[in-house]
Design a protein around this ligand. Structure first.
Ligand code: AMP
Ligand code: MG
Length: 515
């Protein structure tokens, strides 16, 4: 890692103002951030422009013109932006890591949008005081993965930071091999992490901690004010409770689509319950609760099946950080306890929805019986190491097929029984399932399932194809994938290959933390 001093580039004339900036974060004061300028890169090129997001935010097309290419590359500053890097700390792989901070993500400010104020960050835009010897860059490979997965998650209806555009540069970046640089412009109402709170708490700076919590509640989570009524008026307990609930919901959604984050360190946990910091993530292919997607995670701390517990562990860290504000040990523990009921409930609902069994108001006994059905199926899936996405999609299709038949037949389930070796076991399960569902309901259930179980997810090998082509100078596959992933429940005729099982070579892909 280089230890060269930070460059202080002078930026050329900025593009005309097109965004309406506010910078509420800066009001927290310079203990929270350091002003700085992005480091320019050579010969930037657009690799992807997310016109859907641009339109949804009501931002002008001019943002994607050539002048703004320079701004998104970090070579020019947008008028009204206020680039800075924020400081945070965190627990990495279960250990206190001390100060971290935005080591390569440069915050440009907060811009008004049709969806309320949105912060914009340039990830990979050069070194910051928090780079700790890192080069402040991101490679094209990992940037394509972040761009596509942010949008894939959004398409799946899962809360996430968004990706506005992707700029590639031939500038060399050293990782295990020599690669090239890229910059993702990512967008979120707030990029605050658990680690921001851990930082000021660990320093014993309760005033700054309170300022941060008050800022968060006032600008991002005003619902905490109402929620405080459940906690004897304690807004900080309500803040923890709000984050706890959002995190429980997020984890249920991750588990339900087979998403493994890979690096669930507390600095990678969003206070708004967004999926953030896409690194060695993976949508599981073969179902295995012990699946580890991060090649550097030797202990399997962040294995698929452990994610919900890790989230709880991380919430515990956040609770410890907020403890001086909540100032009530029993209440803090009581808030945390909530996760133990909420997560199973959200997870149960998410899995029941995958089976077409909806109804949030279902009685507890029905939920429990349904959960047994889910567990038995998951055990079968694990024993068979069946492809997670394909299985659920084929099950949805089989339910549609069966709903058209006057009598149910074993052959009618072939779309899904063809995926397993132990057909009698699956057929026995399917018999229980249809008894529970009731044959007349299958038609509506099947339609619902097709809108719940995606046909397309960003499998590693699909991302890899887009990466290899982009590394050869052709960015078109990024757009093809984006088009599929933004509506992953649609059939997209002609693109069946993208919903296929991974090819043999996909098993050899090693995705590490290096990005
Ligand atoms: P991550 O594992 O990507 O969440 O990163 C953990 C910490 O390392 C954060 O503080 C990042 O900003 C920082 N970091 C990761 N990669 C780099 C890099 N190439 N240059 C500078 N800082 C980095
Ligand atoms: Mg991170």
């Amino acid at each position: 890692m280089s230890s060269a001093p930070l460059e202080t580039p002078t930026h050329p004339a900025s593009p005309l103002p097109v965004l309406d900036w506010t910078h509420r974060l800066t009001q927290l004061g310079p203990r929270f951030w350091t002003s700085l300028q992005p480091t320019p890169v050579a010969a930037p090129r657009w690799a992807a422009r997310n016109t859907d997001l641009l339109a949804a935010l009501g931002w002008p097309d001019a943002l994607f013109d050539d002048e703004h290419l320079q701004a998104f590359a970090g070579n020019a500053l947008m008028v009204g932006s206020h680039p800075l890097a924020t400081v945070y700390s965190g627990h990495q792989f279960g250990q206190w890591a001390g100060q971290l901070g935005d080591g390569r993500a440069i915050w440009l400010g907060e811009a008004a949008s049709a969806q309320g104020p949105q912060e914009i960050q340039l990830k990979g835009a050069g070194r910051t005081p928090y780079s700790r010897g890192g080069d402040g860059r991101a490679v094209l490979r990992s940037s394509i993965r972040e761009y596509l997965c942010s949008e894939a998650m959004h398409g799946l209806g899962i809360a996430t930071t968004r990706a506005l555009c992707l700029v590639a540069s031939p500038e060399p970046v050293r990782r295990e091999t020599l690669e090239t640089a890229a910059i993702v412009a990512r967008v979120a109402p707030s990029f605050l992490r658990f680690g921001h709170f851990e930082h000021f708490s660990s320093q014993g700076d309760t005033d700054k901690l309170r300022a941060l919590a008050d800022h968060t509640i006032a600008h991002h989570l005003p619902e905490c004010l109402e929620r405080a009524e459940r906690w004897q008026g304690n807004v900080y307990a309500a803040l923890l409770d709000e984050v706890q609930e959002r995190t429980a919901q997020l984890l249920a959604q991750w588990q339900a689509v087979g998403f493994c984050h890979g690096v669930m360190n507390t600095d990678n946990m969003s206070l708004l319950g967004l999926t953030i910091d896409y690194g060695p993530f993976q949508f599981m292919d073969a179902f295995d609760p012990g699946h580890i997607c991060n090649h550097s995670d030797h202990q399997g701390r962040y294995a698929y099946g452990r994610q919900p517990n890790v989230a709880y562990w991380n919430l515990y860290c956040l609770a410890q950080a907020l403890a001086p504000l909540i100032d009530d040990h029993d209440m803090t523990l009581q808030v945390l306890e909530g996760y133990k009921t909420l997560f199973p409930r959200f997870m149960g609902d998410a899995m029941r929805a995958k089976l077409g069994l909806t109804g949030d108001l279902a009685p507890e006994s029905e939920r429990e019986a349904d959960w047994t059905l889910v567990e038995d199926l998951m055990q079968l899936m694990a024993a068979e190491k069946v492809d997670f996405t394909l299985f659920w999609r084929q099950l949805s299709q089989a339910v549609v097929q069966q709903s058209k038949a006057t009598t149910l037949t074993d052959a009618g389930w072939s779309a899904v029984t063809d995926l397993v070796l132990d057909r009698p076991r699956l057929l026995a399960w399917l018999a229980r399932y249809t008894t529970r569902a009731g044959q007349p309901n299958l038609s509506a259930m099947g339609q619902h399932m097709l809108q719940t179980n995606p046909k397309f997810v960003l499998r590693n090998h699909l991302a890899e194809m887009a990466i290899r082509q982009a590394q050869a100078g052709d960015f078109s596959e990024i757009e093809t994938l984006h088009n599929l992933l933004k509506s992953p429940f649609d059939e997209h005729p002609g693109f069946e290959a993208y919903a296929d099982l991974p090819p043999d070579w996909a098993g050899q892909l090693e995705i590490s933390c290096s990005s």
